[in-house]
Design a protein around this ligand. Structure first.
Ligand code: PLP
Length: 390
């Protein structure tokens, strides 16, 4: 451990294997994983369909680079586009890269449409877009930028949920608006208020801007729709995906309309690993299951059931929990006690959860949980609240 750069404050637990929604340590302790590796293991751990897809591909071909055609990647792009607003997909390996690709795409769109001065992107308070230099500048957290000056230029910040602030941030150099339909890390699970995303669409249209959504965390079924913005009936121009797309295999994507992607011609962008045969096989296997119409319906039902049960626990422990928010299986528990204390208490009761800003504990369970895991999680939360009540 000591040779690993100290960028994480890690919990002193190592897992040996995973099975569905559960993780096991070498000494046999079992945990219910409601963090999902931060919204990554969409179908839980070692889902048989994913294991089969990955091993079958591993025996045939791992990597060729994007110098050549990759049939699995082409199929993945086609399926992502037919399931969404998009006409084109670019593949990378992570969320931050998907956002970098998104920012490049919106700048390039303005450039090839004769408006090269339009380079700036309106971003929001409570935003998290990743840890690269560009995405740090787009994100809201000042602390993440400390010691990493100079800050990348080209971002103007507006207030999440406040269309007037967006209008005020738009100027002659604005290229696009970039927002998470459900803010995750830096806002502690904040769903865009009703009408906000459609309002952004109107502002974008009125000003010749592109509308880009960061669905790295909210996408791939987590909200109960394939992409979370579908709840709002709004059509974006560009969307960044990653986390849940590979179910644990690293892959990210930039989805775009034909018009938005028109400038992304050979030589403008690239990635050595992006969408390689192994990654594409995993993401295709995820889509096999998530795009089944019954699957997303089940996520909605499961989310409603879990939410109602969590609301009841919160009501029973007002000294620990302020309230529950979120959509589908992207849930935030706002705490009265320090969120880290509750996460630790939950872990003692065998449940893994993740902290977020605004003193929130996030529940991001795999989308395959059923009533058994709902019962277990509710019992763990109830017990953890008892333990940590002041
Ligand atoms: C996690 C996350 C990112 C960054 O993804 P990485 O894979 O860690 O680079 C970007 N945007 C959102 C909304 C995220 O949740």
């Amino acid at each position: 451990m000591s040779s690993v750069m100290s960028t994480y404050a890690r919990v002193d637990i190592a897992f040996e294997r995973g099975e569905g929604p559960y993780l096991f340590t070498a000494d046999g302790r079992r945990y219910l994983d409601f963090g999902s590796g931060i919204a990554v293991t969409t179908l839980g751990h070692c889902h048989p369909h994913l294991v089969a897809a990955l091993t079958a591909q591993a025996e045939k071909l791992w990597h060729t680079s994007n110098l050549y055609r990759i049939p699995g990647q082409e199929r993945l792009a086609e399926r992502l586009c037919s399931a969404s607003f998009a006409d084109k997909a670019f593949f990378c390996n992570s969320g931050a890269e998907a956002l970098e690709g998104t920012i490049k795409t919106v700048r390039r769109y303005q450039f090839v449409n004769g408006r090269p001065e339009r380079t700036r992107v309106v971003v929001f308070d409570g935003a998290f877009h990743g840890r690269t230099l560009g995405t740090l500048a787009a994100g809201a957290n000042e602390k993440y930028r400390e010691g990493f000056q100079p800050v990348v230029q080209g971002f103007d910040r507006a207030t999440f949920g406040d269309l007037d602030s967006v209008q005020a941030a738009v100027g002659p150099e604005t290229a696009a608006i970039l927002v998470e339909p459900i803010q995750g890390d830096a806002a502690g699970v904040r769903v865009a208020p009703q009408g906000f995303l459609t309002g952004l669409r109107e502002i974008a249209d009125a000003n010749g801007l592109l509308l880009a959504f960061d669905e790295v965390q909210s996408g791939i079924g987590r909200s109960g729709r394939f992409l979370a913005h579908e709840w709002d009936g709004v059509r974006p121009d560009v969307v960044a995906l990653a986390k849940g797309l590979g179910g644990g295999f690293p892959i990210g994507a930039v989805l775009a309309t034909e018009a938005a992607a028109a400038g992304m011609v050979p030589g403008t962008h690239g990635s050595t690993f992006g969408g390689n045969p192994l990654a594409a096989a995993c993401a295709n296997a995820i889509l096999d299951i998530v795009l089944e119409p019954a699957f997303l319906k089940q996520v909605v039902t499961t989310g409603e059931t879990l939410r109602a049960r969590l609301d009841a626990v919160a009501a029973a422990h007002p000294e620990v929990l302020i309230g529950v928010r979120g959509r589908g299986l992207m849930i935030g528990l706002q705490c009265k006690i320090p969120n880290g204390t509750l996460v630790e208490a939950l872990r003692k009761h065998g449940l893994l959860a993740v902290v977020a800003a605004d003193n929130v504990v996030r529940f991001l369970p795999p989308l395959i949980i059923d009533d058994v895991q709902i019962d277990e999680s509710v019992a763990a939360l109830d017990a953890a609240c008892r333990d940590s009540a002041p």
